[in-house]
Design a protein around this ligand. Sequence first.
Ligand SMILES: [Zn+2]
Length: 327
Amino acid sequence: MTITFSRHYYLEKFSRLHTDKNRTRWTAVTTHRAPHKPLLLLAVLDLFAQGSLTTNLIELSPELGELFTTYWHTVRPPSQRGILTYPFYYLQSDGFWHLQPRLGQEAALAVYRPNAGLSALHALVLGARLDDALFDLLQTADGRSALRHVLVTTYFAPELHEPLLRQTEVNVAAFVYSESLLAHARREQKQVKETAVAEPVRDQGFRRAIVQAYDHRCAICGVRILTADGHTAVAAAHIIPWSESHNDDPRNGLALCHLCHWTFDEGLLSLSDSYLVNVSPQLPAAANLPGHLLTCNGRQLLGPAEASLWPFLDSVRWHRRHRFRAR
Ligand SMILES: [Zn+2]
């Protein structure tokens, strides 16, 4: 197939996805259709734009789940959760998306149905393979741009076109930003010019860098919870707050679960120069029930696997001096 022919062919395919059409369930905003498939394909286009897909296999990765979620929340209210299982499974019916069973799971995949959930699907498939011609087309910026345009204008009302295209820009820029933050930390180069980067890109990029460095584990209590669709229990915390430091270096950050994040920001937890957790005497004060947090006292920080990404001592000392409730 020539690239010109395949471009026309897949533009046509992308404009005629088999989607659930239901006027009671889906409003005019998503052209009275389920938005799952076009949103998943937008997330896949972002993986290509990042250069993350060097072989023709789209895995059910946390990264794909996160990208899908960013688009989902652009078009649906936060109260509704976007379920990745349906589009990942049902895109098969559109002819260019081929699920690749794990060895020996062919028969189980043949009887799988998406209401069994994403973890079950993950256990059966390595991922999805695209038609080779589509895979080649998506390696080109032109091809991605044309297909993205078709997805956005076919399946979404005009007022969503701009927000969806902006989300693409943020996703791609956040990826570039997070990679540059990690690269600078690893090579101990000068800081990136954070203030030149737009806030949504900074937030998403810093978060991506930290969550990857700590592999989704809370640096203080050790909790690691990652859902099959890529939702994680940890957030990226600045040790010296952004408002004070304007510093998104991963070494000024920690991956913390929500409870540890709040407790750390309140100065009820801090770190020693040898990265031991200090618990404030205020934490177990009368009437408080701090539970498992007390067991963190004196415990070693659960830092990144890469030694070069551990927190700056200057940041740790700043937090101890300016935040910690020592009495
Ligand atoms: Zn925690």
